[in-house]
Design a protein around this ligand. Structure first.
Ligand code: ARG
Ligand code: ZN
Length: 891
């Protein structure tokens, strides 16, 4: 590889910082062209490294990028440029003393910062994003999470343009407007923090306010800041915040620690949100919600992300990461916490199913492709590329397994010990696991491999019943495919939750050979070996095993269940997750058979027994409608593709559409009855029950619209759909109808799309939905429409949400059109990646990831995708972000 190519950095090279920073005094002078930043750092050599000496700790290398250095002073004396050196990414002082004050002045141009990292403009306001390494674009600093300092931030700006000026901590001073029209505020954060948690916001903002009284009786002011006109969409975020605060007190005994907690919503943001101490900055997508503009998914997203960022105050801020290889320490743990919170607020099985679907749709492919990495990576070129579904969602699964192994009480003990040991520190994943093990004496030695080994383990399980001996033997074999840099894996410690169903469908008492008495009817086996047997005794009749209940480990499980067993589990399993799972396994098997039939030119027929099982679920009044909607959703095209050695893009698409039509044809009356029973405009509520009713209603609508082209039935479905589009009040119902229409060639399609845009053109988040619905349309002309939409006045390539909606919606949400054999979709995506590369590398890199799985396709598509990746890699001026993904994809 060429020696100018960006270099990887490695976990094994970690070294503690040679200097520490005790306090940071920042003064921002925000201007229309130039922003001036004065930074005053109280520094000393790191006593952990060497006894303090007069000569200090050797060279001091501060990180810094994309700014102009104005001056440097040491202990009050201005330094001559010969006394330091400035590189493209650093400022070096050759030999500072052991203890000193460093003053640095820099100048930045935030209005030209399209990367949305560091200090930038959004809707005329100023805002920061410092995780992971954005602070170094504000001032020269030891921009690494193990350098924790106390910050004081002073902001001066024009009082009319920037009436609101915020930073971390508490407001400690505010001036009136001066003669020059400017005003000044100062904020002080009493908690030491790494630079990635710094935040500053200034501009025209309005806020809603509430309070939370902590369990120890302190009153905390809660504020949500938004652009004027959005105040009416903040109530759900505020309610979610209050619930999160109460939940963390009840479940973990964790209270908020400042007098004020602020959330600011901004329209231009690369990710979902950011947990800056006392001043969370959010993508508007995860704050603004009212029934008319936000879908149920949006409401749930707001609740989960508000909770997630709030929970970071303890898991991330009070205890932070030593280095970025440890990112999952805070992200995996905090995702686990927000998942548990949402489970407690709504339905646990429904939430679990949704989380597992998401893991399988995004993380499993990542874990078996060129970007596969352990939840604690060994190396990276660009850390922003490692805010991945592996670090986040698989990281959460790893924490969940610890929770399973320790039990809720043990886990709580472990968390208590973790905070007792590490409050105020920057620590590692090993420290977390050690606290969990030490608090409970559970041996997590082998379990630690989950942190260092990549790849999705595979469990092959078989069962053998011995009627004479009344025993049932489960044989469990585990393996894990090779991943980049890891050809061979050691066995994992896998908690395998299971039950055995007797022929009546009831759970049997479970007793393993050697045990005195049965221990419950659902239990967790410790799978530790490459091959292991478990002998159950007192098993009179052959049981049907229910394995991996609740998805107790992030693995792929295979068991030779027959069709009858799967149908039996669908109907009887006491574990709701596995009832759903049995249906998915059955559907996957049948659909893959149909894909093979189609490829062989055989006629397609969907098993009547399967349709009948679907009909039973649809008509079962005892089922939670939300669960029924999940159970009646066929596996996605992406999931089916993952099960094939070579993805048959067109075959999968056609078979899935065929199955939907077959189900709709057979169950039409029941689907209409379901839609009617759950329809009507009931008063809007955002509780689990109301959400569930809407999801089942819209599932029924989707099936009925599969009949769109079938004569009279089709006409009726279209009438139902158009009626819902025009009459519904809740965005969930409007979008469900519009999504169906967007897949058709009906004249009503254009009418609906135009009307929707006219109604909502002033609501950017709703316009995003309009873009993504068109981008995901399965119609053959979609690519041309997407290209045309790039020129639509509402499209803005500098706005990440717009890119994710239109370009991401097409490349990531429309397999049959993106992977069109002509290759036009691939060329389009590569062109967009190159445009974005120059503007916003993080967004470009998220888009180029859509090529990563190119080896899973047929030779023709492989060649086309490979050519685009090569074109990207050979482009001069490539960001590290895009280079890393594109080059690793080609390896
Ligand atoms: N810590 C944030 C969260 O998960 C994510 C911010 C990451 N941003 C980035 N540019 N890498 O809540
Ligand atoms: Zn997070």
């Amino acid at each position: 590889m060429d020696k100018n190519a960006p270099q990887a950095i490695h976990l094994k090279d970690y070294a503690p910082p040679p200097y520490l920073i005790d306090t940071v005094d920042l003064a921002f002078d925000l201007g229309e062209d130039v922003t001036r930043v004065q930074s005053k750092l109280a520094m000393r050599s790191n006593p952990a490294l060497a006894p303090a000496s007069a000569t200090g700790g050797g060279p001091l290398v501060l990180d810094g990028q994309d700014m102009r250095l104005v001056s440097v002073a040491l202990d009050g004396r201005a330094l001559d440029p010969s006394e330091y050196s400035v590189g493209p990414d650093s400022l070096t002082l050759p030999n500072p003393p052991a203890d000193f004050i460093l003053e640095i002045v820099t100048e930045l141009r935030p209005q030209e910062n399209t990367s949305l990292s560091g200090l930038y403009r959004t809707s005329g306001n100023f805002c920061t994003q410092c995780e992971a390494e954005g602070f170094r674009k504000i001032t020269y600093f030891l921009d690494r999470p193990d350098v924790m300092a106390r910050y004081r931030t002073t902001i001066t700006a024009d009082a009319m343009r920037y009436p609101v000026m915020l930073s971390n901590g508490n407001l400690v001073a505010a001036s009136k407007m001066e003669a020059d029209g400017r005003h000044t505020v100062s904020w002080e954060d009493p908690f030491a923090k790494p630079s990635y948690l710094f935040a500053l916001v200034a501009g025209v903002l309005v806020h809603i306010e509430d309070t939370h009284v902590t369990k120890s009786g302190r009153t905390v002011a809660l504020r949500i800041y938004v652009e004027p006109g959005n105040q009416d969409k903040c109530d759900h975020a505020m309610a979610s915040l209050k619930k999160s605060m109460t939940w963390d007190e009840e479940v973990y005994g964790l209270e908020y620690d400042l007098d004020i907690f602020m959330i600011v919503a901004v329209g231009d943001f690369n990710m979902g949100a950011m947990e800056n101490k006392g001043l969370n900055v959010f993508n508007t997508k995860y704050v603004l919600a009212k029934p008319e503009t936000a879908t149920d998914t949006d409401f749930l997203g707001v609740e989960a992300v508000v909770a997630h960022e709030y929970f970071h105050n303890w898991t991330g801020n009070r205890v932070t990461c030593r280095d970025w290889f440890q990112l999952s320490l805070k992200e995996g743990l905090t995702v686990f916490r927000d998942q548990e919170f949402s489970s407690d607020m709504h339905s646990r099985p429904v939430k679990r199913i949704a989380d597992v679907q998401r893991l399988r749709a995004a993380q499993f492919p990542e874990d078996s492709g060129p970007m596969a990495h352990p939840i604690r990576p060994d190396s990276y070129i660009e850390i922003n590329n490692f805010y991945t579904t592996t670090v986040y969602e698989k990281g959460a699964e790893v924490v969940r397994m610890i929770h399973t192994l320790l039990g809720a009480d043990g886990f709580r003990k472990g968390m208590d010990l973790y905070f007792q040991r590490h409050d105020g520190q920057a620590v590692t994943c090993d420290d977390f696991v050690a606290a969990m093990a030490d608090a409970t004496s559970v041996d997590l030695g082998q379990f630690r491999r989950w942190y260092s080994q990549a790849g999705t383990p595979e469990l092959d399980v078989t069962g053998a019943h011995d009627a004479a001996a009344r025993t049932y033997r489960l044989t469990v074999r585990q393996s894990c495919p090779p991943t980049p840099g890891q050809p061979v894996k050691q066995p994992f410690h896998i908690p395998l939750a299971l039950g055995l169903l007797d022929p009546s469908g009831a759970d049997m008492p479970l007793r393993l050979a050697g045990e005195a008495a049965p221990a419950g009817t659902s239990r967790v086996l410790d799978v530790m070996e490459a091959e292991q047997v478990f002998d159950f005794v007192d098993v009179a009749e052959a049981p049907v095993p229910s394995l991996l209940r609740g998805f107790s480990a992030p693995v792929k499980l295979r068991f030779p269940h027959g069709v009858d067993d799967l149908t039996f589990l669908m109907a009887n399993d006491s574990d709701a997750f596995n009832r759903w799972e049995a249906g998915q396994t059955l559907a996957t098997r049948l659909m893959l058979d149909l894909v093979a039939d189609r490829a062989a030119g055989r006629p397609l027929e969907l098993s009547p027994g399967f349709i009948a099982a679907f009909g039973k679920i649809l008509k079962d009044p005892t089922l939670d409608p939300a669960f029924a909607a999940q159970a009646l959703t066929l596996p996605s095209e992406g999931y089916l593709g993952q099960q094939m050695p070579v993805i048959d893009v067109d075959g999968i698409h056609e078979v899935r559409a065929f199955c939907r039509r077959a189900i709709a044809t057979a169950l039409r009356d029941d689907l209409i009855a379901t839609h009617r029973a759950l329809g009507g405009n009931e008063p809007f509520a955002i509780d689990a029950a109301a959400i569930g009713r809407r999801s089942l209603k819209n599932l029924a609508l989707g099936y009925l619209m599969a009949l769109e082209e079938s004569g009279r039935e089709g006409t009726e479905a279209v009438e139902l759909c158009v009626g819902q589009f025009h009459n519904a009040h809740a965005m969930t119902d409007v979008i469900a109808a519009l999504g169906c229409l967007a897949d058709t060639d009906l004249p009503q399609r254009e009418v609906a799309l135009r009307r929707f845009y006219d109604l909502w053109k002033d609501e950017p988040l709703v316009v995003d939905k309009w873009f993504s619905i068109q981008a995901m349309s399965e119609r053959p002309g979609t690519l041309e429409e997407v290209k045309a939409l790039l020129g639509h006045p509402a499209f803005e390539i500098r706005n990440p949400n717009k890119v994710y909606a239109l370009i991401g919606g097409f490349a990531g949400g429309n397999p049959v059109r993106f992977h069109d054999i002509g290759g036009g979709g691939y060329r389009f995506l590569a062109d967009q990646v190159l445009t974005l590369n120059a503007l916003n590398p993080q967004v470009a890199s998220r888009m180029v990831k859509m090529f990563a799985r190119w080896r899973k396709y047929d030779p023709r598509r492989q060649a086309l995708m490979r050519a685009e990746l090569e074109r990207i890699v050979q482009t001069p001026g490539l960001s590290r972000d895009v280079f890393e993904i594109a080059s690793k994809s080609l390896e």
